[in-house]
Design a protein around this ligand. Structure first.
Ligand SMILES: Nc1nc2c(ncn2[C@@H]2O[C@H](COP(=O)(O)OP(=O)(O)O)[C@@H](O)[C@H]2O)c(=O)[nH]1
Ligand SMILES: [Mg+2]
Length: 204
C-alpha cells in the first residue's frame, strides 16, 4: 500500500486562477472519458472516498484541478494536475478553442512541468485526437509518459499483440507505457514508482 496523501488545493477555470508554481507539476491529459480522474483516484488510493470526480458523461471537467501530493516521508512533494479532457467529437469548435486557450496559458506560463502523463484507451490505441495532442506536446518539447487505461476491457489474450502493435506503429513514451485497469493493482504501484523516478531525474 502506498502512503501517498493528497489534497485538491486549487481549481482553475481561467489563467488568472492558476496557483503559484511552487512545486513540480505532472499534468494528466487525454481524451475526455479516457479515465484521467479514475487514475488519479487510484494513484491516491481514493477508490472508496474519491477525490477526483469520475463521470460517465464525457467532457465534464472544464477546469484544471491541482492536487498536492505528499508521497511519503522520504520523497519530495509534487503536484498532479488534472487537465480538461481533450477532443471529444461532440464538442463544438468554440469549446476546442476554449480548451486550447486555457491549457496553452497553463503550459506557456513557465511552470515546472517535468512531464505530461498522456492517457490512452488501450482498446483503441492512439486515435486522431491523441495524434493532435502528441503533435502539440512535441511542438512544446514536452516529455510524454504514455499510460494505457481500460486494459480490463481489452479482448482477453490479445493484450500483448495490441501493445506491441501500438509501439511498433511509433507510439513514443519516456518510459514503457503501463496498462492500467481501473483498479489498484501492481501496475498502479509500478506507475507510482515511475512517476517518482522521473520527477527526481534532473534535466530530463
Ligand atoms: N473498466 C474500466 N473503466 C474505466 C477505467 N478508467 C475509467 N473508467 C470508466 O470510464 C469512465 C470515465 O472515467 P473518468 O475517470 O471520469 O474519465 P476522464 O473524463 O478522463 O476523467 C467512468 O465511467 C470510469 O469508471 C478502466 O481502467 N477500466
Ligand atoms: Mg475527469
Amino acid at each position: 500500500m502506498t502512503g501517498w496523501t493528497a489534497d485538491l488545493f486549487c481549481t482553475a477555470f481561467n489563467s488568472r486562477q492558476l496557483p503559484e508554481p511552487l512545486l513540480p507539476e505532472v499534468a494528466i491529459t487525454g481524451r475526455s472519458n479516457v479515465g484521467k480522474s479514475t487514475l488519479i483516484n487510484l494513484l491516491l488510493n481514493r477508490t472508496n472516498k474519491k477525490i477526483a470526480h469520475v463521470s460517465s458523461k464525457p467532457g465534464k471537467t472544464r477546469s484544471l484541478n491541482f492536487y498536492r501530493i505528499t508521497p511519503g516521508s522520504s520523497e519530495a512533494s509534487f503536484v498532479i494536475v488534472d487537465l480538461p479532457g481533450y477532443g471529444y467529437a461532440a464538442r463544438a469548435s468554440d469549446e476546442r478553442r476554449e480548451w486550447f486557450a486555457l491549457v496553452d496559458d497553463y503550459f506557456g506560463a513557465g511552470r515546472n512541468i517535468p512531464f505530461v502523463m498522456h492517457l490512452i484507451d488501450f482498446r483503441h490505441g492512439p486515435l486522431d485526437a491523441d495524434g493532435e495532442l502528441i503533435k502539440w506536446l512535441d511542438a512544446m518539447d514536452m516529455p510524454r509518459l504514455v499510460v494505457f487505461t481500460k486494459g480490463d476491457k481489452a479482448p482477453k489474450g490479445r493484450a500483448r499483440n495490441m501493445y506491441e502493435k501500438y509501439m511498433r506503429d511509433g507510439l513514443a513514451s519516456i518510459s514503457p507505457p503501463l496498462i492500467t485497469a481501473g483498479r489498484n493493482d501492481a501496475e498502479v504501484e509500478r506507475l507510482r514508482g515511475v512517476i517518482l523516478r522521473i520527477i527526481s531525474e534532473p534535466g530530463l
